[in-house]
Ligand binder design. Structure first.
Ligand code: TRP
Length: 871
């Protein structure tokens, strides 16, 4: 009756542990002492194995070896895990009742509690594989009841060990909770499947979650196992890739060590990182979180991996302060029709073969079954008031997570795992001979199949679950990754509830994969604003990040952008230069067009200068009229009337030419400005020069025998004026033909402004024009100076000297002023020089004459002027 397995090389470790002679006639003395395994079994045509971490491990074994080390103390049932276990029982029942799925075949099960060390789990697996309480490796000695598959274990640590062993025989193993990425490796774990997504996705999901809330400075804690370390490694990579930083990374020891725990709590306390992602399973985390609560560390956001995000331990009141507001990631929840009723109707009388049920009952209702008491007489005496279990207790009146089927997640995974096995068996059963997948198109028999044959069907299983979602395994044995995001919220009655605040679906298109309802989240301390967890607060627009050398990128200073540069996003690493015609605004988060500057008529300075020049221009006009009116008086006639008229006209033009300097520069105003200015002033100064020369000539001509007499008259002054002006005209023509002035947008010379100015084209030409004018002025100055003392009453040389002095000094002062100003002020300086020098000429030469004409008509006679010279 022995079914022989394909003989395989069994790892020597297992052999050593379990080696029992295969022979039936083995001597009792050959038997190793410790194997005596009990589980929860139910017979059937095919057995499905189950491994659940049902009990808490309450004590450590005594390893003093003064006696044989006892069994591990596993005597406190985890209600939640017991619900998972019942999920399997329920699923098997349901499949058996289903007429379509596996008709005429009943499934049985064998469930093992994996509480304790990993070795115990291997032992349990051995029990499942061999079907014997005293397992003989490689033999399965039961009446044609093949083991189909094993459902379990929960924790990755043990699942790996189980998978290692089951892989040897190619028994399909479907875990409902082991998520470590390592188990995706099919070359190592060829027969492993799971109904929980791989941690590769969980890490990705957690990193997206962390980045979503802008937590760039996060602490990481990992259980010191493949599950924790691998999960955190992936998470860390993803966080770094997304631009976040890791504030600290600590591993939580698997066996309680006070010094390490204190150290970790110290690190958490001293770090400014508020977000702490913990990749761990519940048992290892308990001591750490107890210490955290004791030291009153609050205000942290705990981000939980699925290993502890629904753990009932942490909903105890003592943890509320610390843990409320936490965020957890968890597989999605599913509905199992009829399961709630099944749990409510759960009773020891219905499941007599359930070896755990009585203990569960005692624990749930805090009572004792009479039969357990009799064996513990001692106990009664200690506690007389012990409550006896009657069997009348009502589970539905109990507030116990065992009966809470409102949020089935792992239970749902268990349920789907059992169904996957059933569907695979069904497919195997429905194989039509001649169309089978195996060698020569053969099929496997449902009553006698090899484990690897079922494995073939499990790999390809595909069905719809009760939610309508597709259940299948990808090439690595993983289900489609989908998660819910839960928020731990404190309710009014002071308990903790898990509120779904989002989901994470990797099959959804990018951008829609992570959905979070932020307003549904309640953070630690009841706050509704997203808490911060950053090394440096982010830089506002207008600033850029400056990294600290040797520190993570998330720690930085914010440095304001330099003028003319902007940053328009928070946390920019660099400031951008504004385009040439733009400048940064005050906040330096925007480039604004530069203000355009030129001397316009609208602005006060332009308007004032324009009014001044127009009103001053009226003065020479008035004087001209006055002179014309009094053209026959001595003083007008004496001083070369025509030249005076010309000079006055030139001065009018001179004053008015400052108007061309005001207003938006255009090509023609730029040209006109300098040319008009140069020629008009050359005209003015040459008039003055002509006048002075005429004074000298006139004086000398009065001397006897002077041959200068022929020069007296209008010819000479006219030609002087003409020649001197024409020279300036020639200079100007040369200038215009070589490189004429043109308007230009000057963006560099002044911050934040575009200056529209006239480029002189050739500045040499400009200075030539000015220089020529100066030359004329200096000549007339010298001549006038020499003639100043000629004894003649109509001698105006003194006034001309003075006027030229004013003229030359104005233009000398102009040079430095002109060179040191910019933009519109430069133009204003030039206008000012024009006005001042013209006014100087006007004032010095004409005012004394006007004085005589208007106020002293008595001396305005030829006699007086010629004779007494009192003037
Ligand atoms: N994912 C965990 C691991 O691989 C196991 C796990 C997930 C678990 N959820 C759980 C264990 C709930 C116990 C309870 O190790």
């Amino acid at each position: 009756y022995q079914t022989r397995f394909a003989l395989k090389l069994i790892p020597s470790v297992i052999l050593l542990m379990l080696s029992v002679p295969v022979d039936e006639t083995a001597q009792p003395g050959c038997k190793l002492p410790r194997l005596n395994i009990k589980g929860y079994t139910r017979g059937g045509d095919i057995i499905v194995g189950g491994i659940f971490p049902l009990n808490y491990q309450t004590y450590q074994e005594d390893f003093s070896f003064t006696k044989m080390p006892n069994y591990i103390f596993c005597e406190k049932i985890k209600f939640r895990v017991y619900r998972w276990l019942q999920g399997m029982v329920f699923a098997v029942d349901k499949i058996n009742r289903n007429q379509i799925l596996l008709p005429n075949i009943t499934l049985g099960f064998a469930i093992y509690d994996s509480c304790g060390p990993t070795a115990k789990t291997i032992e349990g697996t051995m029990w499942l594989v061999t079907g014997q309480e005293e397992p003989n490796p490689n033999y399965r000695c039961q009446h044609s009841t093949p083991l189909a598959a094993v459902i379990g274990d929960a924790g990755s640590l043990k699942s790996i060990a189980v998978a290692e062993m089951l892989g040897l025989y190619y028994y399909p193993q479907i875990s409902y909770a082991s998520s470590v990425g390592l188990l995706s490796d099919k070359s190592k774990f060829p027969s492993f499947f799971r109904t929980i997504p791989s941690d590769d996705f969980q890490s990705l999901g957690l990193s997206r979650l962390v980045m979503h809330f802008g937590w760039t400075w996060v602490g990481l804690l990992a259980e010191d196992s493949d599950y924790g370390r691998q999960g955190i490694r992936m998470l860390r990579e993803e966080i770094l890739k997304a631009g976040g930083c890791v504030a600290f990374y600590e591993t939580i020891p698997l066996s309680y060590t006070q010094t390490i725990i204190s150290h970790i709590v110290g690190v958490i306390k001293n770090s400014i990182a508020n977000a702490i992602v913990v990749f761990s399973n519940e048992p290892f985390l308990i001591p750490l979180l107890e210490e955290v609560t004791q030291q009153n560390v609050t205000g942290k956001i705990w981000v939980a991996s699925e290993g502890w995000s629904l753990s009932s331990v942490f909903s105890r009141e003592e943890f509320l302060q610390t843990l409320s507001g936490s965020i957890g990631i968890m597989t999605y929840k599913g509905e199992i029709p009829g399961f709630q009723e099944f749990l409510y109707g759960f009773h020891p009388s219905k499941f007599p073969d359930d070896i755990f049920i009585k203990k569960f009952w005692e624990q749930a209702f805090a009572c004792k079954w009479p039969e357990t008491i009799t064996s513990q007489v001692f106990n009664i005496q200690v506690s007389r008031d012990i409550k006896l279990c009657t069997g009348e207790e009502k589970l539905n009146e109990l507030n116990n997570i065992f009966v809470d089927a409102s949020s089935l997640r792992i239970t749902y995974n268990v349920y789907n795992a059992v169904y996957a096995v059933a569907y695979a068996l069904h497919d195997l059963h429905s194989c039509k001979p001649g169309e089978g997948p195996f060698l020569n198109r053969t099929c496997a028999s449902i009553h006698e199949f090899e484990p690897w044959q079922l494995l073939h069907y499990v790999k390809n299983v595909h069905f719809k679950d009760t939610e309508g979602k597709d259940v299948f395994f990808d090439e690595n044995g993983n289900p489609p990754p989908m998660y819910d995001i839960l928020n731990w919220q404190m309710t009014e009655d002071g308990s903790l509830k898990y509120v779904k605040v989002g989901s994470f679906d990797f099959s959804a298109p990018k951008g829609q994969d992570l959905i979070i309802q932020e307003n549904a989240i309640m953070w630690n301390g009841g706050q509704t604003e997203i808490p911060h967890s950053v090394c440096s607060e982010s830089c506002l627009p207008g600033f850029r990040k400056a990294a600290h050398e040797g520190k993570p990128v998330c720690c930085f200073d914010c440095i304001p952008c330099s003028p003319g540069e902007i940053s328009n996003q928070t946390d920019s690493t660099e400031c951008q230069k504004c385009p040439d015609d733009h400048w940064s605004n005050k906040k330096q988060d925007e480039c604004i067009p530069k203000t355009i500057e030129f001397l316009s008529y609208e602005e006060p300075m332009g308007a004032t200068l324009a009014t001044i020049s127009i009103s001053i221009a009226l003065t020479p006009v008035t004087i001209l009229l006055l002179f014309i009116k009094h053209r026959d008086t001595a003083i007008v006639k004496a001083n070369n009337r025509e030249l005076s008229y010309l000079l006055l006209l030139a001065l009018v033009l001179g004053f008015l030419c400052s108007l061309i300097f005001i207003g938006h520069p255009s090509t023609w105003t730029c040209v006109l400005r300098q040319v008009a200015f140069g020629i008009i002033f050359a005209l003015c100064v040459s008039c003055v020069l002509a006048k002075t020369i005429m004074v000298v000539i006139a004086f000398n001509a009065t001397k006897p025998n002077s041959n200068l007499k022929k020069w007296v008259g209008a010819k000479l002054p006219n030609s002087i004026v003409f020649v001197c002006t024409v020279i300036q005209v020639i200079i100007c023509i040369a200038w215009l033909s070589s490189s004429p002035p043109f308007p230009e947008h000057n963006m560099q010379s002044q911050i934040g402004m575009i200056i529209i100015e006239c480029n002189q084209g050739s500045s040499t030409a400009f200075w030539c024009v000015l220089g020529y004018m100066g030359l004329l002025a200096i000549i007339s100055f010298i001549v006038a100076f020499l003639a100043r003392n000629l004894p003649d009453s109509f001698n105006e040389a003194k006034f001309i000297t003075f006027s030229m002095l004013v003229f030359v000094s104005v233009w000398l002062a102009f040079i430095p002023a002109y060179l040191s100003t910019q933009g519109k002020y430069m133009v204003a300086v030039e206008i000012f020089a024009i006005l001042a020098s013209s006014a100087g000429l006007l004032g010095c030469i004409f005012f004394p004459k006007c004085y005589i004409i208007l106020l002293r008509p008595d001396i305005n006679t030829k006699e007086y002027l010629m004779g007494k010279g009192a003037f």
